[in-house]
Write a protein that binds this ligand. Sequence first.
Ligand code: SF4
Length: 336
Amino acid sequence: MDNQGIIESLSAGDFSTAVLREALTAGGETQQAMFSLARARRHEHFPDDQVQVRSVIEISNVCRQQCLYCAIGGKSQRKNYTLDGKTIVTLVDYLYEKGRRTVLLQSGENPERSFVDDVAAAVGEIHRRHADLRIILCMGDLPEADYQMLHAAGATDYIIKFEASRESLFMACKPRDSLDNRIACIRTLARLGYRVGSGNIVGLPGQTLDDLVADLELAHELPLMMNSTTIFVPAENTPYANEPPGNPAWTLNMMALLRIMNPHRLMPTTSSLEKMMPDGQYLGLMAGANTVTIHDGTPKELHDLFPIYSAKRIRPQLEHFMDIVRRAGLNARFTP
Ligand code: SF4
């Protein structure tokens, strides 16, 4: 298939395996034309050209999983921490004062009764204090009753990535979980009324091009309001520390295809992309992303204790985003 053929097929909504395989590895002019199509699709569905700005608070690093790409939850974890509900509310008050209206509360997967109840109480208090603030949770697989309780307390959005759409690849990197379970969680959350975000990792050890095609198909089929894709970063102190990193160009292609296939969804440009390529987050916006996450909610002394992809994570701040959003010809939106 020639370059023009790929773009024409994607424009016409042909998302067949052959087209997606070619598109995922596209370079040069084809890649630029695909990014341009992704931006056009974004503009059609978000005509105000706004980028949603959210702040993240990493509320706990306690996790029952041991994903092979993540330094949280493994034997090397230096220290556990969990912010209590009062501290979470205080941090959200601080962010609200700074003008933030969308906050992501992120933790490892910890179904302990006391933890989930404490988060639900904090969410309820935040909702009472700041009714115009959107609360996004990222807490992993929990029982339906807990999702229900957190939603009733005021959480409206939930991020839970499927990471890999092939069961054997999923099990290789998330041996304590199962893909079926993860997908069941996504469907449950959507049924309960959450706006759900999910997606994959590009470059996992053992991943093939066909896996990425299947990831695109699964993301397209799931009841999502938000897409996300991250690039695999071989994190120190993990079993994957010596594996090669994901391909940044393919990650951008994945983002563009997620946008073209699901134009109405929010999609972040991630800090891992910034770590793996110069100006990575700007390029993510140019490939169709429309969400950024400011790392200004977690107390500084806890930063080293939440090393999802690296203890040397990039924690982008507001100035960085204002710059890349402006350069991409977009506008920052702080309202939910
Ligand atoms: S990626 Fe998430 S679920 Fe997996 S070990 Fe890290 S914190 Fe836990």
